[in-house]
Write a new protein. Structure first.
Length: 330
C-alpha cells in the first residue's frame, strides 16, 4: 500500500480555509493509503510564539483531526517533536540543499520581507529542509498540500534525486504533491485577493467561531457592484471565493455550483445559502471537536502515533546514516 503524509503547523487559529483545503480531505486518504498525519510543532518555532498558545493549539489540532473523521486505527496521528528522527535527519540533509534554493522559497521571501534582515532566524530560512525531512522519513508517495506548499514538495523531489544519485542507491521514495480539485486556496472574506491565513479576524472564518459570527462574516463578505453569480477570480474574486466555498462543502464542481445560481441575481440570498452550507458542516464538526478535547482520547492517540511513527522514521534514519558513512553500532 502506498503511503500518504501531511501535517498542519500550530501557529494560529485554524480557519475555514484550513478545513476545506486540508482537514476535510485527510480522511479520504486513510482507506487507500497508509496514512500519516502530524502536527508540525517544530515548524511553529521558526517565528516567536507564545508557549502557552503553542501547547493549547497543538492539542486543538489533534482534536480537529479526530473531529474531521481521522480514525486512529487507520491513520497514524503524531507530533513532529515526539519523533526525534525529524531533527536528526534535518542535521544530515541540511548539507544536501543549497542556500540559493532556500532563498528562492516563496514563503521565506514573503515572511522575511516583513522582518528586519538582522532579525531573520536561521530556522525560518532553513525550515524547508525540515519539511523535506518530514516527507522523506516516511517514504511518502503522496503529500496532500495546499497550493502554497507545492514548492516545498518540489524541493523534496530535487533532494531525493540529488541524494539517490550521489550514492547511486534508491534511499528515498520520490514524493508527489496532490491538492483538492476545489478549495485548495480559500481567500479572505474581507480581501478576496489574498489567502485566508489565520490573521484577519474580519476576513477569516475561524473553526472555533460561534455560528452567529460565522454567518455574520459571510453576510459581510466583500463582493462587487454586479448582480450576476459566476466564477471569475480575476474580475469577481469575492463571488468566486464564495462559490469555491459552496462548491467544496457541497461536493460538486464549480460549473455545477454556477448552474445552481445562474438565475439568482441577489447577492444577499446567495450569501445566506453559502452561510447555511458552511454552518451545516461546521457546527457538527465543532461539537465533535469539543467532545474529543474534553477526554483522554488525545493522549492515547498521540502515544500510539509516536510509537508507530518512530518505528518507521528510525528505520529510514538508520538507512541514511549508513549511506552517508556515519558509524551505526547495533
Amino acid at each position: 500500500m502506498k503511503r500518504s503524509l501531511s501535517g498542519i503547523k500550530p501557529t494560529g487559529n485554524l480557519t475555514l480555509g484550513n478545513y476545506i483545503g486540508a482537514l476535510r480531505n485527510f480522511k479520504n486518504y486513510q482507506d487507500d493509503y497508509e496514512n500519516f498525519i502530524f502536527v508540525a510543532d517544530l515548524h511553529a518555532l521558526t517565528l516567536p510564539i507564545d508557549p502557552t498558545f503553542l501547547r493549547s493549539n497543538t492539542k486543538d489540532i489533534v482534536a480537529f483531526y479526530l473531529a474531521a473523521g481521522l480514525d486512529k486505527d487507520k491513520t497514524t496521528i503524531f507530533l513532529q517533536s515526539d519523533v526525534s528522527a525529524h531533527s536528526e535527519l534535518n542535521s544530515i540533509l541540511i548539507n544536501y540543499l543549497y542556500m540559493g534554493e532556500l532563498s528562492r522559497m516563496t514563503q521565506f521571501k514573503d515572511k522575511s520581507s516583513k522582518l528586519n534582515h538582522e532579525a531573520i532566524g536561521v530556522g525560518l530560512f532553513a525550515y524547508p529542509v525540515l519539511m523535506c525531512c518530514d516527507i522523506l522519513l516516511y517514504n511518502a508517495d503522496v503529500v496532500p498540500v495546499g497550493e502554497d506548499q507545492k514548492q516545498h514538495v518540489e524541493l523534496a523531489r530535487d533532494l531525493v534525486h540529488r541524494f539517490n544519485t550521489r550514492y547511486n542507491k534508491e534511499i528515498f521514495v520520490m514524493p508527489e504533491a496532490i491538492s483538492p480539485k476545489v478549495g485548495a486556496r480559500i481567500m479572505s472574506l474581507s480581501d478576496p485577493t489574498r489567502k485566508m491565513s489565520k490573521s484577519d479576524p474580519r476576513g477569516d472564518i475561524f473553526l472555533k467561531d460561534e455560528p452567529n459570527i460565522i454567518r455574520k462574516k459571510i453576510m459581510s463578505a466583500v463582493t462587487d457592484t454586479d448582480t450576476d453569480i459566476y466564477y471569475d477570480p480575476e474580475h469577481k474574486p469575492g463571488i468566486s471565493n464564495l462559490l469555491q466555498i459552496y462548491s467544496a462543502l457541497s461536493d460538486i464542481d464549480i460549473k455545477e455550483a454556477e448552474m445552481r445560481f445562474k438565475d439568482m441575481h441577489q447577492y444577499g440570498e446567495f450569501k445566506k445559502i453559502v452561510a447555511e452550507t458552511v454552518l451545516k458542516e461546521i457546527v457538527p464538526f465543532q461539537e465533535r471537536y469539543k467532545s474529543f478535547l474534553n477526554n483522554e482520547t488525545i493522549n492515547d492517540v498521540l502515544n500510539t502515533g509516536k510509537y508507530r511513527a518512530s518505528k518507521i522514521a528510525n528505520k529510514t534514519l538508520t538507512k541514511v546514516k549508513k549511506t552517508v558513512g556515519l558509524y551505526v553500532h547495533e
